[in-house]
Design a protein around this ligand. Structure first.
Ligand code: GLY
Length: 382
């Protein structure tokens, strides 16, 4: 089965950022991929930008797997998120090219697509429902037989006899991306203040003409102007994630992102230059970032079931991050009031949605909102 692509083949709709006239003081609360993307773009557009974060670049953006995967991260029925993600993916190549030039270093964008497999008949049936949904939405999803699967990923377990290719879903090395964003932002004159902001009447923020909230799960705890509109409905969804490093003599890791359902559990394997990322659990346990024995056990069991050769890799890192999840999984992007713009609540898709979010926030700062993010309107739960 093969369907024609829609989306990420056409050129990006926005012009590359260019230097502009001074636009005023901008405070960005939150120094993750979203905050840095906004800060870099805004500084290039002429804003005088300060980013506030107690641990810049060390939150969920650091922990993330870096999938740019609106299709394989999608679920039947989540149409708004699928469209937002596809729109942002369409902007990714130009975003990466401009960022690499601005930073003077690569941002880690991979050209490889995604392979999806199901371990048992139930897993494959579940997968078939997602494939049917995506195909029905005009997305390119191609069934692979045993031979085709093995040509693309020779290390897959022999028990896996079929799969699905989703070539549009790509990935980026999130840590290379963070380093590039930081370098580009520094070069554009962005200032960083390494402390938390809990109140929008905070000294550092008070003098700013405009404030962008990009603080992920910390966003609802901010006070000041947000108090009058009620707390943002964003809850933390914990994800445990592992990093495995290749060792001399070990079989090569995957070339594509490999996603699998294994006895109903979802696992993803995202290549890196020195190994791969294995993710991720999903637990609603508040703001807890403990990595549990069970989480590591399940991720390793499922990863090595799918790619047995990973047993020879070095177990390099375990971590947990907090996904800032909204009630409908769609972020909050847009103007909250005359001074505050939201860019938060990106759930599982913060890195994917960074280019679109940055473009939308810039458009909001210049009082001409982007229609493409209408589904992410901050007031939709009011
Ligand atoms: N987007 C991957 C995750 O949330 O685990």
């Amino acid at each position: 089965m093969s369907h024609h692509p829609s989306g990420p083949t056409s050129p990006p709709p926005t012009d590359p950022p260019t230097g502009g006239p001074g636009n005023g003081q901008l405070a960005v609360v939150g120094g993750g991929v979203i905050g840095w993307s906004v800060a870099w773009r805004a500084a290039v557009a002429g804003w005088s930008v300060t980013v506030f974060d107690p641990r810049p670049g060390r939150g969920s953006s650091w922990v993330a797997g870096g999938m740019l995967a609106p299709l394989t991260e999608g679920h039947p029925g989540e149409d708004a998120l699928l469209e937002l993600g596809s729109e942002s993916l369409r902007r990714w190549p130009a975003f990466a090219e401009q960022l690499t030039a601005a930073a003077g270093r690569p941002c880690g964008l991979s050209a490889e697509g995604t392979i999806v497999v199901g371990w048992n008949a139930g897993d494959r049936a579940e997968l078939a429902r997602t494939v049917a949904y995506l195909a029905g939405r005009g997305r390119l999803v191609t069934q692979l037989d045993d031979d085709e699967l093995r040509v693309l990923e020779p290390g897959l377990a022999p028990a896996l006899r079929s799969g699905v290719s989703v070539p549009q879903d790509r990935s980026v090395d999130n840590r290379a991306l963070l380093a590039a964003l930081r370098a580009a932002a520094d070069r554009a004159g962005v200032r960083t203040v390494e402390r938390a902001v809990s109140d929008l009447d905070d000294d550092g923020v008070r003098g700013a003409d405009q404030v962008v909230i990009a603080a992920g799960t910390g966003s609802p705890t901010l006070t000041g102007p947000l108090r009058s509109t009620g707390a943002l409905p964003i809850r933390p969804v914990k994800g445990e994630i592992l990093r495995l490093r290749a060792r001399p003599g070990a079989v090569p890791g995957p070339r594509h992102t490999v996603r699998a359902l294994v006895h109903g559990r979802s696992v993803y394997l995202v290549p890196r230059s020195d190994g791969l990322v294995v993710g991720a659990t999903q637990h609603e346990v508040g703001a807890d970032t403990t990595v549990t024995v069970g989480g590591v056990r399940d991720l390793l069991a499922d990863a090595t079931a799918v790619l047995p050769g990973l047993a020879e890799f070095e177990f390099a890192e375990h971590a947990a991050g907090l996904r800032p999840m909204s009630p409908d999984g769609v972020p909050f992007i847009g103007r909250l009031d005359d001074r505050v713009v939201l860019a938060t609540g990106h759930g599982r898709n913060g890195i994917l949605l960074a280019p679109l979010t940055a473009d939308a926030v810039l458009a909001d700062l210049h009082r001409s909102p982007l229609a493409e993010v209408a589904a992410a309107a901050p007031g939709r739960f009011a």
